[in-house]
Structure formats: C-alpha cells, structure tokens
Design a protein around this ligand. Sequence first.
Ligand SMILES: C[S@@+](CC[C@H](N)C(=O)[O-])C[C@H]1O[C@@H](n2cnc3c(N)ncnc32)[C@H](O)[C@@H]1O
Length: 243
Amino acid sequence: MTGFDDPAFYGDSWAGVYDEHHGDMDPAPAVEFLAGLAGDHRALELAIGTGRVALPLAAREVAVEGIDASTAMVERLRAKPGGASIPVVMGDMAEVGTTGPFGLVYLVFNSLFGLLTQARQADCFRNVARVLGPDGVFVIECFVPDLSRFDRNQRVQTHVVTEDSAVLELSRHDPVHQRITTQIITFDGGTHLRPVAMRYSWPSELDLMAQQAGLRLRERYSGWDRQPFDSSSRNHVSVYQRD
Ligand SMILES: C[S@@+](CC[C@H](N)C(=O)[O-])C[C@H]1O[C@@H](n2cnc3c(N)ncnc32)[C@H](O)[C@@H]1O
C-alpha cells in the first residue's frame, strides 16, 4: 500500500512536527471526561499517536493501552516520560488487533475519519464492539461536516505570512466519497508538504454504523465539557454502549 491508502502514511508524514503543530490543544477536558468513564477498567486508545491524551490519562492511574499504525508517531510517545510503559500494538485501528475486554475504547480528534471508506469505518465499530466489556463504552470525537467551507468543492486558507515564509492550506472536497484531501504547505526557502486525507461521516451515519455493530448512542455532546449538542454544533463527543 502506498500514499493515503497506507495506514502509516499520515503519522509518518506528520510525526516530526505533530506535537509542535498541536501544542495549543489542551487535552485536560478530554482526559477528565475519559477518566470518569474508565474508572478502574482497562482503556484502549485507537490512533494513540504521540500520547497527547493517553499520557495525561495514564497519569490519572487509568490503565491505558494503544494502537497506532505509525512507528514514527509511537517512537515519540515512547520517548516521553511515562510513554515507554504504555503498551502499544502496531497495526490498523480498523482491525483493533488486541484482546479485551476494555471498559473504555476511545478515538479522538477526528481520527476515525482517517479511515477513508465507509466500510473501513464500519469495520472499526464492529471490531471495537468485539473488545468492549459488557458495560464498556466507545467514545469518539469528530467534527460535524460543514460543506459551506468549500467553494465549488475547493478551499484555500492562508495560515501564516512573514517576511520569509508562508503556510497555506489547500483542500479539495469530493462530495460523492465524502472525502476531503488537504495539503498544508510551508514555504520557507524550501517547500514542505503535510498531507491529510479524511472521509467524513455525518453523526447519523456513525449511529447507524454503531447500530450495525450492536452498539447504541448513549450520550452526545458538542464538546468534552458536556456542552449540549444541537444543529449549530461544529463537533461532537459521542458515547456508544452495547445495545
Ligand atoms: C491526528 S493523529 C491523533 C493522535 C492522538 N490520538 C491525538 O489526539 O493527538 C492521528 C493518528 O492516527 C494514526 N493512524 C492513522 N490511520 C491509522 C490506522 N488506519 N490505524 C492506526 N492508526 C492510524 C496516525 O499514525 C496518528 O498517530
């Protein structure tokens, strides 16, 4: 497998700059929410990455394990304090190649949409259901698609312009495959491409995938602080449990 079809592609492309680019995202509200659900049970983070959420969750005495496809991302997790003691399975999160039971499985920061077909996302739900304990929950954090961001299925954003650099974000939207393909391009004397591809799903579509996996929606908020979810919400935190 090559390019976007390779599960390791995103992480291997981003690992060198991932923490620097996302340093302003505070994991504390997510950690508080997830720690409350995990209690004394084992927790599994799909797409654990560099441990942005898993490390502070483990510091709360939650027994966290992880799955990720990118060696480069997981090497960064392992190099951080506490990172080497978090068990991580290298593999595809759609397959959830680990044994449960887990009281909590979670997949944050839109990472479910890194599975680029509806079938792969549905596989992920099915395989999560397989490793959930009887009272276990599956938590996902995703954006609500906003197609008004695109003009004729294109979008150009200018993030940074300085005397000697610029950072542009170029995206194309495919409404049939529900796919957004983006390059974040840094010009600073050289040119650096950071690619991202996502297959978005609507909240109702995710609920149907859950239902087909034997799960049902228990709670949905527009953020980790349990803000109400409504038609103006831009993100959702959804909690699924066994039907
Ligand atoms: C946006 S990062 C999120 C990392 C971490 N969960 C966080 O919130 O900072 C996405 C992660 O998903 C991983 N990933 C992408 N596709 C994957 C797949 N099919 N299976 C496992 N991991 C995958 C990448 O390697 C990367 O670590």
